[in-house]
Each structure stands twice: as C-alpha cells, then as structure tokens.
Design a binder for this molecule. Structure first.
Ligand SMILES: [Zn+2]
Length: 548
C-alpha cells in the first residue's frame, strides 16, 4: 500500500514484536533508492528520534549497497549529513521529535512516517497538534504518503485508534491446519491448563481443532489481509503478537499470568501484546463509602508483617504539612500506615522541625522488628524555597523535593535535575501516571494483587479525598486528552499517596529479594534456636553420662 497510488494514508495498529521498525526502514529504503522524495520521520521525542536514527536507520543505510552510495555517513568529511538530517540524490530525510514544534514548521514533505503516534505529547508547545502540523507539510504533494504506526493506548484518546476508525480495517486471516477455514487470531481462542503456559494452544473457531505453535509459520505464509470496510484512500492494518514469528503463544501466556498479578501492568499487556486499546475503568467511579468499609484491624502502632518497604509523601499547604506513610508488600499490595497533619505556618521553621522529627519515625511490625521510612517525596509546588531548604543535605536520608508533571506518559519518578543556588535535586513526578496506577489499585476489592489495605484509624474525609478526582476525556487543540479532574476541593490524601508512590519508584526496591532475605533470616533464627536447644541437650546428656 506504501507504493500504491490509490492509497494516501496507511494506518498500522499493532502490538510489539511484529517488526514495525523494519517496515519503516523498508519504506525509507524504497523511497531513497527508487522514488527519491523529501521524507519526514516523526518520533515521539527528540531523544527517541536521535536514538532511532543512530541505532535503527544508520545500520541499514550502511549495510545496503543500494543506499550506502546515496546517503553519506555523518562522519565522512564532505558529508552535509547529520543524525537528524540526511541528503541523497533527489531528496532528503529529516528526523524530528513530536515534542519540538519548531522543527515541524519548515520544509515540504512528501513521505511522512509517524512512528508510535500514541506516545506523542498532546500538543507541540502552543502551536497545535504535532501530527496536524506535519500533515500540513505534505499538502503541496498530490502523491503524498502518510504512515501512522503505533501500539494503541487508552480507548477514546488513542490517536492510532482514531486513525484506524477512518480506515478500511484490514485483519490478517490465516487458514486452520485442520479445516482450512481462514480466521483472525484472537486472544480469546488461546487456551492453556491453569498455571501452565507450556500447555498453550489455539482452538480453531470453526472446527475447534487444536492449533499448535509449530503450525504458525505455515499459517502465516498462507494468510492474507482482508479489509472489513470499504477502502477510501486510507488502508488500515491491525496485527497482534499472536501472529509474531519472534514470539510464542507460550511466552504470551507466561507474560499474561505474570501481569495478572499487577493490575496496573495489564493495560501494558493489552496495548503492547494484543495491540488493542485499553477500555479500562474510566466509567467507574470509586465510591468512598465502599472504601470506608474496607478498613482493617491495624494502625501505625503495630503494622502487618507483609510490609517490606515504607515510604512517605508530603504536601505543603500555607498552614500545615500533610504526610501519608505507605508500606509496600509483594504483588503490588500496599498498606496505608499513617496519615498525619502537622500544623504550623510553613513560612516559618517550626513545622519543618516537626516534619524532620516525623520522618525519623520507626514502625513496629507484628513480628517485633522495626521498619523506617526509606524514602520521602515532598511536593515543591508551594513554598518552593522552604521545601528546597528542607531537602538540602538530606539525600542520605532519601528525602527529595519533587515537581508534578501532569502530561500523560511520564514516568512516576523521572530523572532528577539540580535546582537553585544550592543545587538541590528535584525529581519530576508523572502525577497522571501515578494516579492511573492508584485508580487501578482502588478497583481491586479483595486481598489480591493490587489491593490497598487501610488502617482502622483513617476517617471518611480521608476516603473522600482519595476519591476526589475523576478521569475525563477533554479536547485540547484538536486532540483528545485524558485528564484527572477534581470533583472535590480537598485532595491531599490522593496527592500524598501519589508522592509516596513516587518515593517508592525513586527507590525501586526489589521486594521479592527483600521478602526472601526476610524469610532466610527468620529461618536462620529458628535454626539457631533449634541448634542451641540441641547443644544444650547434648551438653546435658554428656553431663548425665559423666555423672553416670
Ligand atoms: Zn479448523
């Protein structure tokens, strides 16, 4: 379709592991060698654009004799070529990041290749949507070609989903090795014995016959694309990892069984393995009174043994600092340990001294051992300088100033930058990403992966605040965007949960290792007790013997 004049736009909605990067490489190779044109490759960010150019594009240009003569290496002396811009006879190739609008507003483009469009920022600065800007560049060409490729993200905001909807929706149909009926491979037809990924097989939706991994390659060879809607210049292709010759059904099931333990990872599986949008839980509102009934019989004076790591999140207001302390356990389970309000004007030192003391807290576990707050994140959005002053020199105690970044797709805890005269580390926190995780956890309503445990002493106000925001789809500069909107004024319980989770992500502890170590020390203790008992017995015996 890329060389078919009747098609203008090609949409590729895909999973990972299906060779999308190679497809883009092949398109570039074709246009450089056979039909020289101005080409623009759009990657989500400038950094990704550079990496892609160096690691994916350059090796192909070097290795292919048909291309090596035409595109000179950036290193050679007479070369005008750089990592982001390359010339070749009759055309040129630019690589840009969707996050830098200025680089989009220049030269005309005939071949526009947009990779991973669902990871683009929702608008490039103030100038509007990056894809729209790039498409404008192609308007002067009657024979332009636009490719949009991506693994999809969330239903309603996914760009690739929106593009797919305008396409003729082609699926790859493969014949059953038993009845020869052609069909689209779908996750729901994959079967396995409980807990045994190695038993995975595909059940033909026509004859029910067992299709095994070994049949896959032949089926792929005999397959064909079939459109499900009428073609109108937009060809859409959808494919999932179920088809991938570089993956197996067994490994997909193994991944699925693993992510099932972490509800926040299920979204990634649905997007990247199945190549489908996450329908998610937008419509569901979490009711605070339902959470209230979930309080358990523990509080900060004695906390459950399952807690392996403890972190704190702080929110600074004019007359108080609110702190939430949360413990993390295996399988993404967490325990709210304490919610405290430290009163005092935050422009003055007193309340900061109280915070300093508070963060030295140690909590007693049911087995008698003590656990400290391992890491703390403090929002610097208000009383910025006081927060910096407080965090200065506390890196050893892992107390960090953070700054919320609310655009989608950010890491929960990004890489720290140094700010101010004192060069205090400041950590960017992807608040929307963190809220996504917390919301997915709040949906889990019985002790199982992702479950949040609440202590006996948090009140109704706490739960009201925790559920004080709702996910909504909004329109911004012609593009849909998912945002968290406050439905109540006060939301510190949610914010401090976000900051505590950020602190957990700063640490990135290996909880399984910690749990194993804990188990070993307990075993050693009991062993020691046993051996010392045994030694006593031996001694007593020998005493008895000698007495005899
Ligand atoms: Zn069949």
């Amino acid at each position: 379709m890329i060389a078919d004049r009747s098609i203008e736009v090609v949409v590729f909605s895909k999973s990972s592991q299906v060779g999308a990067t190679e497809i883009i490489n092949n398109i570039i190779g074709y246009y450089v060698a056979q039909d020289p044109s101005p080409i623009l490759v759009l990657q989500p960010t400038l950094e990704m654009a550079r990496t892609w150019s160096k690691d994916r594009l350059a090796p192909m240009l070097r290795a292919s004799p048909a291309l090596a003569d035409k595109v000179k290496e950036p290193r050679s002396k007479d070369s005008e070529n750089t990592v982001l811009h390359k010339k070749f006879p009759g055309g040129n190739l630019s690589v840009v990041g969707a996050n830098s609008a200025s680089s989009l507003a220049s030269r005309p483009v005939r071949i526009l290749l947009c990779d991973e469009v669902d990871r683009y920022p929702s608008s490039a600065g103030s100038e509007g949507d990056s894809i729209q800007l790039a498409i404008k560049r192609t308007q002067t060409f009657w024979n332009r070609k636009i490719l949009m490729a991506s693994t999809p993200t969330i239903d309603g905001v996914s760009r690739i989903q929106a593009a797919w909807e305008t396409s003729d929706k082609r699926y790859y149909l493969v014949p059953c090795p038993h009845c020869n009926e052609k069909q689209r491979l779908e996750w729901k037809h994959l079967h396995w014995d409980e807990g045994k990924p190695e038993s995975a097989y595909y059940a033909c939706q026509h004859c029910g016959g067992v299709i095994e991994e070994k049949h896959k390659i032949k089926m792929l060879e005999d397959g064909e694309w079939q459109a499900t809607e009428e073609t109108n210049k937009v060809a859409g292709f959808h494919i999932s990892e179920l088809y991938s010759p570089w993956s197996t059904w067994e490994s997909m099931v193994a991944t699925f069984l693993e992510v099932k333990k972490h509800p926040e990872q299920l979204k990634t599986f649905i997007n990247t393995a199945l190549g489908e949008v996450w329908l998610g839980d937008q419509a569901e509102k979490i009711e605070s009174h339902e959470l209230l009934s979930r309080r358990e019989n523990y509080d900060s004076s004695l906390i459950p043994n399952d807690v392996l790591v403890v972190t704190a999140g702080c929110d600074v207001q004019k007359d108080r600092i609110e702190v939430q302390v949360i413990g993390y356990a295996l399988e993404s389970q967490s325990y709210v340990i304490e919610y405290a309000t430290l009163w005092g004007e935050t422009a003055y030192k007193d309340v900061w001294d109280s915070l300093d003391e508070f963060l030295k807290s140690q909590y007693k576990k049911e087995d008698g051992s003590m656990i400290k707050i391992a890491c703390t994140c403090i929002d610097s959005g208000y009383q910025t300088q006081s927060v910096y002053d407080f965090c200065l020199g506390k890196i050893g105690r892992r107390i960090f100033a953070i700054k919320g970044v609310s655009t989608a797709g950010n890491l929960i805890a990004g890489r720290a930058t140094r700010v101010g005269k004192q060069r205090v580390p400041l950590i960017p926190v992807g608040t929307d990403t963190a809220k996504e995780v917390i919301f997915s956890w709040l949906q889990v309503d019985e002790p199982s992966p992702g479950f949040i445990h609440f202590p006996s002493d948090v009140d109704e106000e706490y739960f009201e605040q925790l559920t004080s925001e709702k996910r909504m789809v909004t329109f911004s500069k012609g593009h849909k965007k998912l945002v968290f909107k406050k439905i109540r004024d006060r939301n510190e319980a949610l914010d401090t949960f976000v900051y505590s989770l950020a602190a957990f992500h700063v640490l990135q502890p290996n909880l399984e290792k910690i749990a194993n170590m804990k188990q070993q020390t307990t075993e050693e203790k009991t062993k020691k007790q046993k051996t010392s008992g045994l030694q006593k017995q031996i001694r007593r015996n020998s005493f008895v013997n000698s007495w005899k």
